[in-house]
Design a protein around this ligand. Sequence first.
Ligand code: NAG
Ligand code: NAG
Ligand code: NAG
Ligand code: NAG
Ligand code: NAG
Length: 400
Amino acid sequence: MSKLSSTLYLCLRFLVFLNTISKLLFAANSRTYPADIQVLKDLKHGVDHRSIAPGSCLSFWDFSLDPCDNIFTEHFTCGLRCDRIVSGYARTLDVSDNSFSGSIPDSLSNLTRLRRLGLSRNSLSGEIPVILGSLSHLEELYLDSNHLHGPIPSSFNNLTSLRRLEIQQNDISGEFPDLGSLKNLYFLDASDNNISGGVPATLPTSLVELSIRNNKLGGNIPDNIENMRFLQVLDLSHNILSGSILSVLFDHPSLEQLTLSYNNFSYLEVPGDKGLNSKLIALDLSYNKLRGFLPAFMASMAKLAALSLEHNKFTGMIPAQYALKAAVPRTNTSSFERLLLGGNYLFGPIPGPLLGLKPGSAQVSLADNCLYRCPDAFFFCQGGDQKSLVDCKSFGPAIP
Ligand SMILES: *[C@@H]1O[C@H](CO)[C@@H](O)[C@H](O)[C@H]1NC(C)=O
Ligand SMILES: *[C@@H]1O[C@H](CO)[C@@H](O)[C@H](O)[C@H]1NC(C)=O
Ligand SMILES: *[C@@H]1O[C@H](CO)[C@@H](O)[C@H](O)[C@H]1NC(C)=O
Ligand SMILES: *[C@@H]1O[C@H](CO)[C@@H](O)[C@H](O)[C@H]1NC(C)=O
Ligand SMILES: *[C@@H]1O[C@H](CO)[C@@H](O)[C@H](O)[C@H]1NC(C)=O
């Protein structure tokens, strides 16, 4: 035997030895809790087997081996991780990204130690089982991109360990339940559903990212959004929200990205501090019914780099501060990398500082307004003619 192969041989012997020792040490612990095995069997049998593609995770579950006894064998159970501390219990179950159809079995609630449940991007249908609200250790729940319908169970307010909830891209309807007890929830995405009612006033104050884009939420934004001191991303676009865009969103201590486009807002409140303390980097209020002059305070928001006010009913002249923030590099504050003002009733001349703006230096659009002259030679005038005099006069008789 060469030196190399004898070393290999010794290594192999050592691994076999380790395996034997570990089996002795963990033998009592590595058995899966029987109720958990039953749940996994129910799950596999509940799924329409025509939807279990060969090579997909569930196709490997044959239960000839103990599902949790996978630490030192190659027969690990795909999609399953077991708890090493409270041994024998399923800790993570993730069978996302398959094409499984069928409904979510109630028996999943028997996986009492589950921390993470991932069923994303399948074809699951039916309602979200109310009894999932009893999984008191659950920290992450992914049900997104399925065909689930019915309401968000109010029992979810019992999931007090929950940190991340993703239910986007389903057919979920009904109103938002009270989720105010989820003191650890920092990420909630319920976008692309059919959720109605108002923006819930009882959302957890721990949220950092909240997205309920593309639903049927109506009414106003509740002013206690101010209590979400950690919120950085808020996307409520593509709903039917109306009333005022509250000033608390413009002097919020952490909000960086606010997207309220495609709603029915008509007013905008000016913050007391004129936006000087705003942390906003990107603000999209396009496709609403906002009226009045362009709010000057938005040019004094130090971090704001992307502003879209397109397709509203703004009028008046373009403030010089806007043009300066887009055209003149700043040392201490952000310039506008994006300034979209098209589709309003802005009039008067193009502000001087913009005239020297080079294509590519910033994304700016002034198309479809009532500007005195906006020739296509300027890149920011392209993408649509100015409105006709008749349209402009009928909107605002004072427009020259
Ligand atoms: C949980 O497991 C027990 C024992 O196996 C069983 O009787 C019960 O029906 C299960 N619960 C659900 C909701 O399936
Ligand atoms: C939620 O908690 C309440 C009170 O703590 C309890 O009555 C209810 O049964 C729980 N629901 C579920 C689904 O666990
Ligand atoms: C959405 O919900 C409304 C009731 O609020 C219902 O009439 C409509 O059919 C639902 N749409 C879809 C696509 O489920
Ligand atoms: C939008 O608001 C206007 C009033 O500003 C109201 O007449 C209209 O019904 C609202 N549309 C929707 C879809 O709520
Ligand atoms: C730049 O900003 C810092 C803190 O935001 C401030 O202390 C400093 O005075 C500013 N400098 C200038 C030149 O404005």
